[in-house]
Every structure is written in C-alpha cells, then in structure tokens.
Design a protein around this ligand. Structure first.
Ligand code: AMP
Length: 573
C-alpha cells in the first residue's frame, strides 16, 4: 500500500490530509494523483461516489496551480449545489497550509451578485454548477481565458440532468485548457462522445467495475402489489428501528404525498423536491444532516449530489427506469467504507426490469419476505429493550428517587414493570399490527420473472397474480383501449434520458406515473402513451411552454395534429 508522500504531493497538502486522518490513498487517488500531478495529461476516472474522488482531483489541483497568479486557473464543474459546496469544503481543508490560494463556489439559487464579488477577489479555483457558470460567462463576470485545468465531476449525472450542451459550451470556452479530468460513476455512450470530442488521449482508470454496485452495499428487494407499496414502505421503516435513510420516488407529487402521510403517522420525515425554495431545501437538508430528521424522501433530480455520511438505507419506493439512476441512488449509502443497504419495493410487474438492473450491476440482489406485523413488533420491542438497557444513568440524581420508587413498586414484579414499560411504548404499535395482512406477492413462477416474453401478456398475468386493484392496468393500446398516444418535440438531443424525461413531463403536468404507458424516445421527438382521461391535461401543461428556450409542441399523435382535444384557448392566451 502506497502513501501520499510516495505519490509526490506537496508536503503542505500531506500535512493537511494527515490531520484529516487520511492514512493511505484510496485506489482512485493512488491511480489518479501521479497522472494529474503532471498537469498536462487528460484523465478519465471511473469510480463510484464515496471512493475519495474529491481528493483524487482536489489535491493535484492545489499542487499544480500557481498561487501567485490571481486569476481562475482551475474550473471544477459538478451537477448540484450540494456537491459544489462539498467540493469547496474539502478543498478548503486540503489547502489549510497553503497561502494565497482561493477557491469559490458558484451555483444557482443563491445571490449571483455575491458570487461575482467573490470571483473578483482573485480566485484560482472555481467550483461551479453548469447553469450558473453559463450565466456568469454570459454576463462576462468570469474569465475562462486562462483556465488550464477543467474537472468534470459526476459527469454522468450532469448528462442525466440535461447539461450536455452546457458542458460542451464550457469546454469550447476554455481555449487555454491544458488538461481535462473527467470523473464519472458510469460510462454511457454520451460521455464517451464528449471525451472523444474534447479530450486528448486520456488516461483511463477504472476503480471497481463500472456500473457495478459498491461492494459495501447489500441490495435487497421486496415484491408486493401496487396497492401495498405504501404499507410495505412502512413495514420496512418499522422493521429497521435505527434507520437513517433516503427514500426515492419518481415524482415530486409522490415525494410530497408520502412525506405528508408518514408525518401524520408520526415518522420523522421530510421531502426534498424541485418545488422547494432554496431556503426550504437548506432547512430540510440541515435537519437531515444533523439527524433531527430520520428519513428524507426525494426525487432523483432533487437528491443529486447529496453527500451525507452514515446513511444506513436507501429505499427505492419505485424502481427507476435507468440502471445508472439505480446506481446513483444506491451510492448514497455504503460510503467511506461503511456498510449500507439498498432496498427496492418491486411490483411483480417490474421484475423483468429489476432482473435487468441486477444483471447490469453484476451483483447479487437478495429477495426478502416483507416482515409480518409480528416480525415488526418483535424487532421494535427488542430494539427498545436494548435502548432501555444501554440508557445512560450515570449523570442524573436517580439514587435520590430509588427508595421512593422501591416503595411504590413494592408490590409489582420486575416482569410486570417491564410489561408496563413495553405497553406504554408499544400499545398503539401492537394494535396497529395486530391483524396486519401479508403483503408479499407469493407463488410467482420463476418463468414469469426470468423470461421477458410478450409485454402485454406478461403485464396481464402479473396483474392477475398480484391481485392489483389499483393497478388494473389496462392494455397497452397503441391508439386503442384506454390510451392515447401523444407526440412531443423533445427527445434525447435535448439532454433527456427516459427517467429524466418521465420526471419532467410528470412534474410539468402534475400527473401520476400510473397514467402513463410506454414512452418511445428518439433524438428529436418522443411518443408517450397516456390514459385517455389524462391526455388533455398533459397537452395543456406542456404544449406551448418552453424548454431551454425552445417552444414545446405536444399533440395527439394519432389524430394528425392537436385535434381530438379541446381547442379552447389555454389559460393566458
Ligand atoms: P468522496 O468520494 O470524495 O465523496 O469521498 C468520500 C469520503 O471519503 C469523504 O468523506 C472523504 O473525506 C473520505 N476520504 C477521501 N479520501 C480518503 C482517504 N485517503 N482516507 C480516508 N478517508 C478518505
């Protein structure tokens, strides 16, 4: 095992990493640092989150920049505000013993005026989210003319979020760039394209397997029906008394509704989604970080880049469409050498998708029985008793009260005391689970899970076996049955992946995912199957709106134009 000294890093940086308790470099650091210290070689690091990527580029950046020159020399671009702040925080720690080096974070949702002022102070390292950076470039508030080093962190997430054009713009506008360092958890073809176009013979390093789930994460899943999803979630939470976790939903409506419902039922939870103001977001994140919230429920977009230590569980309330999204979600746990659990609540109908994720992740997923009410009670009961036994009684003046207590309880046996304590804590709980039903979907034949077969037949069969009341879904119609097919002039060229596109149209229309059927995405256009009753709402919500400055056009694909739906003027027209 090598050391930071052996990698050739500046002694002042080593002093700082020593203080942070970094004994040895992590594998990505060991492979990246010697290459990056040259400052001239392009580099691609494929590594999961939590592997020490920030130090892998942060230490070399501090080593190669010229502290005497007071202009931006290094640019780190990352997908979210949280990650941006996290990176700056780490770089600040690393540069503790270096003088004259400044680093600044620029990100959306905060005062641009203050950030412009910070930039004018003569910083060498700028850490930015793409949108705000473009804004600053357009206002001529930042000079990229002398940027020598560009780091793209979590590049796949940035592309997932639709930042491809912005990234290319940034790369095109750094004419003095001597090297580009790209870090990503996965290597989708879009990243390969960017690297081919803008990088020169990059040294590529893979830590672990690309698209492989972190070894510290145990992947578990529970199979249930659509109408039992919420109850299953509750069982999972109740079965894990010490849980500190993030629950992922696909839409912000789900995140909000589930959060409200769980809060009403007494859980410590709040939601993080795109509708929150920056202030609300900060409040929720602050509470979650300091653990006054035990659970966070979030959409993928809102949760991107969140790096909170010690997350015990990630729960997929629903499976994402893309394997990459699954990898990113699960990567919130099992960080920095800790163990983590990623649980997916899977509808019988989604099993084929789940098998796909499992195969591509190349790790074994464990199917577990959804705990019965009795299992949950037992688990909670013993967790409580353990807490009781380990309660710290060394500080209070309990001895004063012992004689009084002894007198009061003279006639009550120890067993009875315990029972009473348990009753106080558990009565409501026991009652709730007294006659709870079995939420598992059983007796699925292996054939159903393993063979893809015909989609429609599989879906019908799953519905029957799942007894899916809320999921009496319907036929895939291709214009018939209960579905309409909508055309929209947005596609993968607009930076969408299926999951982000799905989220976008649901967020815009406030509709639920259940209303949708198949989505076909092409470069420039997409086709969406949607329940007939919901089609009009979707069209009203999207048609005529703008996306990245382009007017969205949406209409009924099978009626040759916007016919078939009301042509009444839209609100505001
Ligand atoms: P990152 O992948 O950059 O988000 O890092 C994950 C966590 O690992 C952070 O909390 C870092 O402070 C920590 N870390 C990074 N490098 C090392 C190292 N060489 N030794 C111990 N901890 C580290």
């Amino acid at each position: 095992m090598t050391t930071f000294e052996a990698l050739g890093i500046d002694a002042r940086l080593i002093q700082a990493t020593d203080e942070l308790g970094y004994v040895n470099p992590t594998p990505i650091q060991e492979q990246a640092i010697p290459v990056l210290l040259s400052g001239t070689r392009d580099f691609i690091g494929l590594a999961q989150t939590g592997t020490g990527k920030t130090a892998a580029f942060g230490l070399p950046l501090l080593h190669v920049i010229d502290a005497a020159a007071k202009h931006p020399q290094a640019l780190v671009v990352c997908p979210t505000r949280e990650l941006c702040l996290q990176i700056v925080k780490e770089i600040e720690l690393f540069k503790k013993y270096m003088t004259g080096v400044s680093v600044v974070a620029v990100y959306g949702g905060a005062s641009i005026g203050l950030q412009i002022r910070d930039l004018k102070r003569g910083v060498q390292i700028v850490v930015a989210t793409p949108g705000r950076l473009i804004d600053l470039i357009e206002r001529k508030a930042i000079n990229l003319g002398e940027i020598k080093y560009v780091v793209l962190d979590e590049a796949d997430e940035m592309l997932n979020m639709g930042f491809q054009d912005d990234i290319e713009f940034i790369l095109k506008n750094t004419p003095q760039r001597e090297s580009t360092w790209l870090f990503s958890a996965t290597m989708p073809p879009e990243i390969r394209k960017v690297s081919k176009k803008y990088m020169n013979d990059p040294k590529e390093v893979t830590v672990g397997k690309v698209n492989t789930a972190n070894k510290n994460i145990d992947h578990q899943y529970y199979v249930t029906t659509a109408q039992h999803r919420y109850e299953t979630l509750k069982r999972i939470i109740d079965f894990n008394p010490g849980i500190y976790g993030i629950i992922f939903t696909r839409t912000k409506i789900d995140a909000q509704e589930i959060s409200e419902r769980l809060t009403r039922e007494g859980y410590d939870i709040d939601a993080l989604h795109g509708d929150l103001t920056q202030q609300q977001r900060d409040r929720v994140m602050g509470q979650f970080r300091d653990k006054s919230l035990q659970l966070l429920i979030a959409t993928d977009v809102a949760a991107r880049g969140i790096d909170v230590q010690g997350i015990t569980h990630v729960i997929n309330y629903e499976l994402p469409d893309d394997v990459e999204v699954y990898t990113h979600r699960s990567g919130r746990t099992g960080r920095a050498g800790l163990q983590g659990i990623c649980i997916s609540i899977v509808h019988a109908k989604e099993m084929y998708k789940f098998k796909q994720i499992e195969r591509i992740n190349n790790s074994q997923f464990h199917k577990l029985d959804i705990p019965s009410g009795k299992d949950v009670c037992r688990k909670q009961f013993f967790a409580f008793m353990d807490k009781l036994l380990s309660a710290d009684i060394s500080h209070g003046d309990y001895e004063t009260y012992v004689p009084m207590l002894a007198e009061k309880f003279a006639e009550v046996s120890k067993e009875d005391v315990l029972k009473r304590v348990a009753a106080m804590e558990f009565d409501r709980f026991l009652k709730y689970y007294e006659n709870s039903e079995d939420l598992n979907v059983r007796e699925r034949s292996k054939k159903d899970f393993n063979e893809r077969g015909d989609t429609k037949r599989r879906d019908d069969r799953s519905d029957r076996q799942a007894g899916g009341r809320g999921d009496s879904r319907k036929e895939y119609s291709r214009g018939g049955g209960g579905y309409s097919r909508l055309f929209v002039n947005l596609g993968t060229k607009d930076g969408f992946f299926k999951a982000s596109f799905l989220q976008f149209i649901l967020d815009m229309s406030d509709l639920k995912k259940d209303a949708l059927g198949r989505i076909d995405m092409k470069d420039m256009n997409s086709w969406i199957e949607i329940e007939k009753g919901a089609a009009q709402q979707m069209i009203r919500s999207l048609d005529g709106k703008s996306y990245k400055g382009r007017r969205i056009r949406m209409n009924d694909a099978d009626s040759g134009g916007p016919a078939g739906f009301s042509k009444k003027p839209r609100r505001g027209e």
